[in-house]
Design a protein around this ligand. Structure first.
Ligand code: HEC
Ligand code: HEC
Ligand code: HEC
Ligand code: HEC
Length: 409
C-alpha cells in the first residue's frame, strides 16, 4: 500500500495540466492532415497500432505530444511527428481531435474488422475473459497493489478528469500494447507502471477483451455499489452495544447533528481504527476519548460492524461546482492531489486501503476535519496523507469541498 500511495502522489503531483496556448479547432483540422495517415481522418486509428484520438481529452493530447517531443514517452514515429510542433500547433490539434465524436469507431469498417480479428486471433491457448477484465477494471486488486481503474479512468473508461485518458472506444489491442509498455517500463508513468506491472499477461488480455466487448462496456451495471452487508452475529451484538452512541450519531448511524459524523455505511475497518485511536489518544477528542476508552477490542469490532451495515441517508443538496472540480481534478499549480485518487469518484473510499467514505457525510464535520488535518490537531493519518493535502487548502477550498462531498450520493 505504501508504494502504491507514494507513487500515486508522485504521479498526481508531477502531472502538469497547464495548457499554455488556447486551441483553434479549425486551424487544427488543417494541421491534422499529416496525422490522418495513421490516426484516421475522423480521428479513428486506421489499425490496432494507432490509437483513436477522436474525443480524447484535449489536455491529455497536449501532455502526450509534449512527452513525445521531449522523449519522455518514447516512440520514434510520434517523436518525429511531435518534434516539429509548436505549443500552438499542439493546442490546435488537441482542440480539433477532442471535438470529434468518439463513437466514430463503430462506423469505421477497418476498426470493426480490426477488433474482430483481435477477438479471433487468440495467439495462445488462453481465451481472454471480458468479465474478468471488467471486474479488475472496476474493483482492482488491493492485495496486489492494483488500483481500481475507475478511480482515474472513470466508469466504463469515460474519464471525468482531464489528465486521465478516456479508454472507452479505444482499440482493445492498443490498450493491451500500452499496458504491456507500462508493465515493461517502455512507457513511464509511476502509477501505471505499478498497476500494469502487477497485472499478469492474461489479465492484460482480459482487460483488452473487456474493451473489445462493446456490449459489456455499454451495459455495465456498476458492481462497485456495496451490497448491503450480511447480518452477522457481530452486527446483532453491535446493535445493542451501540445504544450509547445513538444520542449523538443517530439510531442507525445517520447523525442529524452537523458536527457529529454519520457512521452509517462507513467501512468497518476504518471505524475500528478511529475507535482504537480515540482510546489510545492518537486521535484526540474530548468527547470521543472517554467513549472509546470504555470499549474492548471486541466491542469495537461489533459496533463498527453494526454501523457499517447501516445505509447512509443523504438529502438532496445543492453541492458545489468549485468543490467538484477540486475534488476530481486537484490543482497541479498548487500541488493539491485530487481527492478522487483516494476517496474515489463516488466518495466511497476503500475499506481495505483505509480510505473513509466521505460521500454524504455532514458538511460541518467534513470542514472541521479538513481544518484539523491542516493545523495538525488531527494527525492519525498514515504517512501524513491527509495532512499534506489539507495543508495546501484555503478556507474557501474547504468550504466548497465540504459542500460537494456532503452532496455526493
Ligand atoms: C506514421 C503514423 C503516425 C502519424 C502520421 C501520427 N501518429 Fe500519433 N501515434 C502513432 C503511434 C504508433 C502511436 C502510439 C505510440 C505508442 O505506442 O506509445 C501514436 C500516439 C499518439 C498519441 C497518444 C495517444 C494516446 O492515447 O496516448 C497522440 C496524442 C498522437 N499520436 C497524436 C498525433 C498527431 C497530433 C499527429 C499529427 C501531427 C500524429 N499523431 C501523427 C502513429 C502516428
Ligand atoms: C491514479 C490514476 C490511475 C489509475 C488508478 C489507473 N490509471 Fe491508467 N493511466 C493514468 C494516467 C495518468 C495515464 C496517462 C499516462 C501518461 O501520461 O503517459 C494512464 C494511461 C493508461 C492507458 C494508456 C491510454 C492511452 O490512451 O495511451 C491505459 C490502457 C490504462 N491507463 C489502463 C489502466 C488500467 C487497466 C487501470 C486499472 C488496472 C488503470 N489504468 C488505472 C492514471 C491511472
Ligand atoms: C456526546 C456525543 C457523542 C457520543 C455519545 C458518541 N460520539 Fe462518536 N463522535 C462525536 C464527535 C463530536 C465526533 C467527532 C470528533 C472529531 O471532531 O474528531 C465523533 C466521532 C466519532 C467517530 C469518528 C468518525 C469518523 O468519520 O472519523 C467514530 C468512529 C465514533 N465517533 C464512534 C462512536 C461510538 C462507537 C460511540 C458509542 C460507543 C460514540 N461515537 C458516541 C460525538 C459522540
Ligand atoms: C493519498 C490519499 C488521500 C488523498 C489524496 C486524500 N485523502 Fe482524505 N483521507 C485519506 C485517509 C487515509 C483518511 C483517513 C485517515 C485516518 O485513518 O484517520 C482520510 C480522511 C479524510 C477525511 C476525514 C473523514 C472522516 O470521516 O473523518 C476527509 C474529510 C477527507 N479525507 C477529505 C479529503 C479531501 C477533500 C481530499 C482532497 C482535497 C482528500 N481527502 C484527499 C486519504 C486521502
Amino acid at each position: 500500500m505504501r508504494h502504491i500511495l507514494t507513487s500515486l502522489i508522485i504521479t498526481l503531483l508531477s502531472i502538469n495540466i497547464a495548457v499554455a496556448a488556447t486551441g483553434d479547432a479549425e486551424a487544427g483540422k488543417t494541421k491534422s492532415a499529416t496525422c490522418a495517415g495513421c490516426h484516421g481522418a475522423n480521428g479513428i486509428g486506421i489499425s490496432d497500432t494507432f490509437p483513436n484520438l477522436a474525443g480524447q481529452h484535449a489536455d491529455y493530447i497536449v501532455v502526450q505530444l509534449n512527452a513525445f517531443k521531449s522523449g519522455e514517452r518514447e516512440n520514434s514515429l510520434m517523436y518525429s511527428m511531435a518534434a516539429g510542433l509548436s505549443e500552438q500547433d499542439m493546442a490546435d490539434l488537441a482542440a480539433y481531435f477532442s471535438a470529434l465524436p468518439r463513437n466514430g469507431a463503430s462506423q469505421d469498417t477497418s476498426a470493426t474488422e480490426a477488433s474482430t480479428s483481435a477477438a479471433t486471433k487468440a495467439p495462445t491457448a488462453y481465451v481472454p475473459d471480458p468479465a474478468a477484465g471488467k471486474s479488475l477494471f472496476e474493483l482492482g486488486d488491493p492485495s496486489r497493489n492494483i488500483a481500481s481503474c475507475i478511480g482515474c479512468h472513470g466508469s466504463e473508461g469515460n474519464s471525468k478528469v482531464l489528465i486521465y485518458p478516456n479508454l472507452a472506444n479505444q482499440h482493445p489491442e492498443y490498450i493491451a500494447t500500452q499496458l504491456m509498455n507500462f508493465k515493461n517500463k517502455d512507457r513511464i508513468n509511476y502509477a501505471m507502471n505499478q498497476f500494469a506491472g502487477n497485472m499478469t499477461n492474461n489479465e492484460i488480455a482480459d482487460m483488452a477483451a473487456y474493451f473489445a466487448d462493446t456490449a459489456a462496456v455499454a451495459n455495465v451495471v456498476s458492481r462497485r455499489v456495496t451490497p448491503s452487508a450480511p447480518v452477522t452475529t457481530e452486527v446483532i451484538a453491535g446493535k445493542t452495544k451501540a445504544a450509547t452512541c445513538t444520542a449523538c450519531h443517530g439510531a442507525d448511524g445517520n447523525s442529524l447533528v452537523a458536527i457529529y459524523p454519520k457512521l452509517a455505511g462507513q467501512h468497518a475497518d476504518y471505524l475500528v481504527k478511529q475507535l482504537q485511536e480515540f482510546k489510545s489518544g492518537a486521535r484526540e477528542n474530548a468527547v470521543m476519548g472517554p467513549m472509546a476508552s470504555a470499549l474492548s477490542e471486541q466491542d469495537m469490532v461489533e459496533i463498527a460492524s453494526y454501523f457499517a451495515a447501516q445505509k447512509i441517508i443523504v438529502a438532496d443538496l445543492e453541492g458545489s461546482n468549485i468543490g467538484k472540480r477540486l475534488y476530481l481534478g486537484g490543482d497541479a499549480k498548487r500541488k493539491i492531489t485530487a481527492c478522487v485518487a483516494c476517496h474515489g469518484v463516488n466518495g466511497k473510499g476503500s475499506g481495505k486501503a483505509g480510505f473513509p467514505v466521505i460521500a454524504g457525510q455532514n458538511e460541518a464535520y467534513l470542514k472541521a476535519q479538513l481544518m484539523q488535518f491542516k493545523n495538525g490537531e488531527r494527525y492519525n493519518d498514515y504517512n501524513s496523507m491527509m495532512r499534506s493535502v489539507a495543508s495546501k487548502l484555503s478556507a474557501s477550498d474547504m468550504d466548497e469541498l465540504a459542500k460537494y462531498m456532503a452532496s455526493m450520493k
